[in-house]
Design a protein around this ligand. Structure first.
Ligand SMILES: [Zn+2]
Length: 482
C-alpha cells in the first residue's frame, strides 16, 4: 500500500487537472448531456402533466383538439429520444440564468419555472411550445452577440406562452377544421365536377391568408409583451437585434478568408482546382454571381425584421449590452459542428469549421473533427450515399466559398479521397487528441480501410468503446453504426 506524501498528492492533483482540463473542455459536451438521458426525467413528468383538457362540447372538435394536443406531446418526447436537445452545462446554465431573471421579475405572469429546452438545431430561432415550455436553438446562441439579445428572444417566447398563443392556435384549428363552414366548403369542392383543384386552392388561400394575418398579430402581441417582461427584469431592450436578425439566414453566405485549397493544404490534404468546378455534362454550368447580399424576404426565417425594428424603436431601454463570452461562443459553435456531423450534414459542418478557423478558434478538436468529416465523406461514399451527406444547398443561400467546398466534396475522386482520409488519420495532432478520440478514429479506420469487415468485429469494437468511454460524445455517432 502506498503512502501519500505531499509530492504524490501534488502529482495526483496535477494529473487530475491535466485529465479534466485540456482534453475534456476541448470537446463540446459529454454523451450524458444529450437529451435522451439528461431530459429523461422531464420526459416522464411531461407525459403525466400534459393531459388534454376538455374544452369543447362538440365531440368532433374535442377529438381534433386532442389530436393536436397529443401530437405536440409526441413531438417533444420524440425530440428527446432523437437527442435533439442538449443540457451541456455552459450553454444550458447561461440561458437558464437569463430565464430565471425574467421569471422572478414577472411572477404575476409566470407562476412556475418554465421547462427549458436547448434545441441542437443550427437554425437561428427559439420557440414556445405552450404549457410553460420554451426552447432556444443553439443556432440562436451562436448568432447572438449579446446576453440581452437572448433575453429578448426568450421574453418573446415566454410572451407567446403567457398569451396562450400555442394553446389558442390548437383550439382555433380544431374549431376551424370541424366547423360546418369549412366542411361545407370542402364538400362543395369535392361535389363539383370541374375545376376542383382551382376551387380548393381558392378556399385554402382564403384560410391561409387569415391564418397569416393572425400569426402576424400574435407576433406583434408577443413583441410588445416581451418589452414589458424585459423592463420588469431591468434587462436592456435593444431593438437593433431585429435588424441583425434580418441576416440570420446568411451564415453560409459568410465568405471565407481563403480559398478551399488553402484550408485543405493546411490540413495536409491536397486537392485540385478542377474538383471545385462543376464539370459534369448535363448539369447546368451557367455562371452564377454570388452576391454577399440579401435573401428574398419570402425565403427568410424571420421576415418583417425592419418593420418590427421600427415599431419597437421607441421602447428601447438602456444601451449597456453584455457581450456573450468568446469561450461560450466557441463552445456553442463546436456543438453545432458536432450536431451537423452526427446528422450527416458534412458540408455545413466543414464550412463552420473553416469559419471558426477564420475567427482564430482552431484547436486540436477542430483538427480531429476535420479528419472525422473527411472520413465520414468517404464512409458515405462507400455506402453509396455521398450526395446525401453533402446535402447540397442552393446557390441563393451560400457563398462562392461554400459552393467551392460543396463541389469539391462532390468531385473528390474516390481513390484520392481514400488516401487523403488515411493521411488525415496519421497527422501529428492526434498525439494531442484524447483517448476516446483516438479510439473513435480506430473504429472509423476499420470501417473505411478494412477490406473484409466482420459484423461481429464492429460489434465488439462498439461494445469496447461503450465500456471504456461511457460518457464520450462520440458514442452518439458510434451507436448509429450498423
Ligand atoms: Zn413569435
Amino acid at each position: 500500500m502506498q503512502k501519500y506524501t505531499k509530492t504524490s498528492i501534488t502529482a495526483i492533483f496535477l494529473i487530475t487537472a491535466y485529465l479534466y482540463s485540456p482534453a475534456q473542455s476541448a470537446q463540446p459536451g459529454r454523451y450524458n448531456q444529450l437529451s435522451k438521458s439528461s431530459y429523461s426525467k422531464q420526459k416522464d413528468s411531461l407525459k403525466k402533466a400534459l393531459v388534454c383538457p376538455v374544452l369543447f362540447k362538440k365531440k368532433e372538435t374535442q377529438k381534433k383538439y386532442k389530436e393536436f394536443w397529443d401530437s405536440r406531446t409526441d413531438f417533444i418526447t420524440a425530440a428527446i429520444d432523437d437527442n435533439d436537445f442538449t443540457r451541456e452545462p455552459a450553454m444550458y446554465n447561461y440561458v437558464s440564468e437569463i430565464l430565471s431573471e425574467l421569471v422572478s421579475a414577472n411572477r404575476e405572469y409566470i407562476k412556475s419555472y418554465p421547462l427549458l429546452f436547448i434545441d441542437r438545431s443550427p437554425s437561428v430561432n427559439a420557440y414556445a411550445i405552450g404549457n410553460n415550455m420554451v426552447a432556444v436553438n443553439m443556432g440562436l446562441l451562436s448568432f447572438s452577440g449579446y446576453r440581452e439579445e437572448i433575453a429578448l428572444a426568450l421574453a418573446h417566447e415566454l410572451a407567446h406562452n403567457i398569451l396562450m398563443h400555442p394553446e389558442n392556435s390548437m383550439k382555433e384549428r380544431a374549431e376551424l377544421l370541424t366547423s360546418d363552414e369549412y366542411i361545407n366548403d370542402v364538400k362543395s369542392v369535392l361535389d363539383s365536377k370541374y375545376g376542383r383543384y382551382s376551387k380548393l386552392k381558392k378556399i385554402m388561400e382564403g384560410y391561409s391568408f387569415s391564418h397569416n394575418r393572425h400569426t402576424r398579430y400574435h407576433e406583434e402581441e408577443a413583441d410588445s409583451m416581451a418589452t414589458i417582461l424585459l423592463k420588469n427584469s431591468k434587462i436592456a431592450f435593444a431593438p437593433g437585434f431585429f435588424l441583425r436578425l434580418d441576416s440570420a439566414d446568411l451564415v453560409y453566405k459568410t465568405p471565407l478568408k481563403n480559398g478551399t485549397k488553402t484550408y485543405m493544404s493546411d490540413l495536409n490534404i491536397n486537392v485540385e482546382e478542377t474538383w471545385m468546378r462543376k464539370g459534369t455534362k448535363g448539369l447546368s454550368n451557367r455562371n452564377y454571381s454570388f452576391s454577399q447580399g440579401e435573401i428574398s424576404d419570402s425565403a427568410k426565417t424571420h421576415p418583417d425584421c425592419k418593420a418590427r425594428y421600427e415599431k419597437l424603436l421607441p421602447y428601447a431601454t438602456g444601451n449597456t449590452l453584455t457581450p456573450i463570452s468568446a469561450s461560450l461562443k466557441a463552445d456553442v459553435n463546436k456543438s453545432i459542428i458536432w450536431s451537423l456531423f452526427v446528422n450527416s450534414n458534412l458540408t455545413s459542418a466543414f464550412y463552420r469549421l473553416l469559419l471558426e478557423k477564420d475567427r482564430g478558434n482552431f484547436d486540436a478538436w477542430h483538427k480531429v473533427m476535420a479528419a472525422y468529416i473527411m472520413n465520414g465523406l468517404f464512409y458515405a461514399d462507400k455506402k453509396l450515399s455521398r450526395f446525401n451527406v453533402i446535402n447540397i444547398r442552393s446557390k441563393e443561400y451560400i457563398s462562392s466559398n461554400y459552393y467551392e467546398l460543396q463541389t469539391m466534396f462532390e468531385q473528390f475522386p474516390r481513390d484520392r479521397l481514400e488516401s487523403s482520409c488515411k493521411e488525415c488519420f496519421n497527422q501529428p495532432f492526434w498525439q494531442q487528441a484524447s483517448a476516446d478520440e483516438r479510439s473513435f478514429r480506430s473504429l472509423l479506420a476499420y470501417l473505411n480501410f478494412t477490406g473484409e469487415q466482420s459484423a461481429s468485429e464492429i460489434k465488439s469494437m462498439r461494445k469496447e468503446f461503450q465500456e471504456s468511454y461511457g460518457q464520450s460524445l462520440y458514442l452518439e455517432f458510434i451507436e448509429q453504426i450498423k
